[in-house]
Design a protein around this ligand. Structure first.
Ligand SMILES: Cc1ncc(COP(=O)(O)O)c(C=O)c1O
Length: 422
């Protein structure tokens, strides 16, 4: 049975105090806490099996190689890939998207080609496309959003034309939480022969992912947002399309042979994992995927839907003091809630919540164009995961009530905070 109280016991960080209060960790869209299983497996790997992979004939290198390769297999199972060879380990979503933007874009885009992305994209799925478009003299077009934070699908058919070579979008927004209709986007993009790149940073950790059903050509996600270590992430691509992508980072381990005038690239996925990879992080990520599979992604998704439903209901009890952004139907979104307290700067609210031991993120969450589109200078973002509870939400609402009561004394000029969040 799914029991967040039992799950919490696996997460040492959740038992600490912050500002003398039990921590309430609502910053999961930025990065999640780690279960003891992941921490232990990495410690054991360093204590007993550590060596560089691929190169050695000696026992430690073989053990490390086996664990690292098996980690690819586990991740393939996690997203139902056709083969573990489609799983490329990268440091994070940002690296995954850059790998495609440059590895595919440099060789396949031409002047006048078009790339369609969305106004709700995180900078990591926006800037690589904008820069490659600049280099190749291609054009970037944006799908807009409705007032409630859904993509304007009716624009898709106009924006995607015979010139479109790439359509890239987030499966879930890191600010609005909106879950986008991948199949609808894929259908229109594939009709004109464009490749489809999905940013799964905010979806893969929170719902069951089946790349065969999604139908996209590439999927990027980060390990640190799904209980895994920092420095771990995945770029998944369909094998036949990956064969058309040239490695963007090249060097050691990417080749089978090199002469002074020829290169024979290594087989998949190694040709894309240049240099010594993040080995322990790969092993840790696999342990995180195993942990999530054991709990059940459907259970996690259901739990988050109920947490969102409950929060939106409780927001309404705050006398119209909360401005909330994004879909109101919990089924249409992940456990990410962006809001503002009327009359208070988002950073002020975030700092005040920290005094209550509540960790949220404030700023533009690496989605400046989206905030500009919404006419906002920033938002407070609470984002949930499997270990969050209804009691924590009650405490969060009580704390917001206290902040609202103190509004007058808090509403001076906000402290300047440069960081714009992730
Ligand atoms: C939707 C989305 N895409 C991409 C990223 C970038 O992830 P990373 O920092 O792990 O590369 C994030 C991080 O918050 C995100 O939310």
């Amino acid at each position: 049975m799914f029991d967040p109280e039992e799950i919490r016991k696996d997460f040492p960080a959740l038992s600490r105090l912050v500002n003398n209060k039990k921590i309430v960790y609502f910053d999961n869209a930025a990065s999640t806490q780690k279960p003891i299983q992941v921490i232990r497996v990495m410690q054991e790997f360093y204590e007993k099996h550590y060596a560089n992979v691929h190169r050695g004939l000696h026992t430690l290198s073989q053990e490390a190689s086996k664990m690292y390769e098996e980690a690819h297999e586990i991740l393939a199972k996690f997203i139902n890939a056709y083969s573990w060879r489609e799983i490329i380990f990268v440091s994070n979503t940002t690296e995954a998207i850059n790998t495609i933007a440059y590895g595919w874009g440099l060789w396949n885009l031409n002047e006048g080609d078009e790339i369609v992305i969305t106004v709700m994209d995180h900078h990591s799925n926006m800037l690589p496309w904008r820069i490659i478009a600049q280099i190749k003299r291609a054009k970037v077009k944006y799908i807009d959003i409705t007032d409630e934070g859904y993509l304007k699908y009716d624009q898709l058919a106009e924006l995607v034309t015979g010139k479109t070579k790439v359509v890239a979008f987030p499966i879930a927004s890191n600010v609005l939480g909106t879950i986008n209709d991948a199949r609808k986007i894929v259908k229109i993009a594939h009709e004109v022969g464009a490749i489809v790149v999905a940013d799964g940073a905010q979806s893969v950790p929170h719902m069951s992912t089946n790349v065969r059903e999604l139908g996209v050509d590439f999927l990027a996600f980060s390990g640190h947002k799904m209980l895994g270590p920092t420095g771990s992430g995945v770029l998944w691509g369909k094998e036949d399309i990956l064969e058309d992508v040239k490695p963007f980072k090249v060097g050691g381990d990417t080749i089978i042979d090199v002469t002074l005038d020829s290169i024979v690239w290594h087989e998949l996925p190694w040709r894309f994992e240049a240099g010594t990879p993040n080995i322990a992080e790969g092993v840790g990520l696999a342990e995180a995927a195993k942990y999530l599979m054991k709990i059940g992604m459907e259970n996690i998704r259901e739990h988050e839907i109920e947490l969102v439903r409950y929060t939106l209901k409780r927001f309404e009890e705050l006398g119209g003091e909360i401005e909330y952004y994004g879909p109101r139907n919990p089924i249409d979104k992940t456990g990410v809630l962006a809001f503002n307290v009327k009359g208070l700067n988002h950073h002020t609210v975030g700092a005040a919540l920290d005094m209550f031991g509540i960790a949220v993120r404030t700023g533009m969450h690496c989605a400046h164009p989206l905030h500009r589109r919404l006419g906002l200078e920033g938002t407070v973002r609470a984002s949930y995961y499997l270990y969050n509870t209804f009691e924590e939400i009650d405490y969060f609402i009580e704390s917001l009530e206290k902040i609202i009561l103190l509004k007058k004394s808090l509403s001076g000029p906000p402290t300047e905070i440069i960081c714009t969040g992730t």
